[in-house]
Write a protein that binds this ligand. Structure first.
Ligand SMILES: [Zn+2]
Length: 90
């Protein structure tokens, strides 16, 4: 049995939406992971066991406050990491 942080799942799901709304942001795997890490450090995790995960995750997606908080954290993360990618520019 695994335990997952549903905030992390949701952040990955929403990252593309945030990235697509920005231009000139590096979208490589490294930057994406950095953005998720940055956002997750700002957010309170919510852990569920995967047995009840499916139902629970769907319920959380309806949580407007949680969704908004994740979007705010991701937007900030994209701006911060996007300006300072942790790798050399191509
Ligand atoms: Zn990058």
């Amino acid at each position: 049995m695994q335990v997952v942080n549903i905030v992390e799942k949701m952040a990955w799901d929403k990252l593309d939406t945030v990235l697509n709304s920005k231009e000139n942001i590096c979208k490589c795997e490294k930057c994406r992971a950095d953005m998720i890490a940055y956002a997750l450090n700002k957010l309170k995790p919510r852990y569920v066991s995967t047995e009840r995960g499916e139902v629970f995750v769907r319920a959380q997606y309806m949580d407007v406050d949680l969704s908004a908080a994740i979007l705010v954290a991701l937007t900030e993360a994209v701006e911060v990491v996007g300006k300072n990618p942790h790798h050399d520019k191509e």
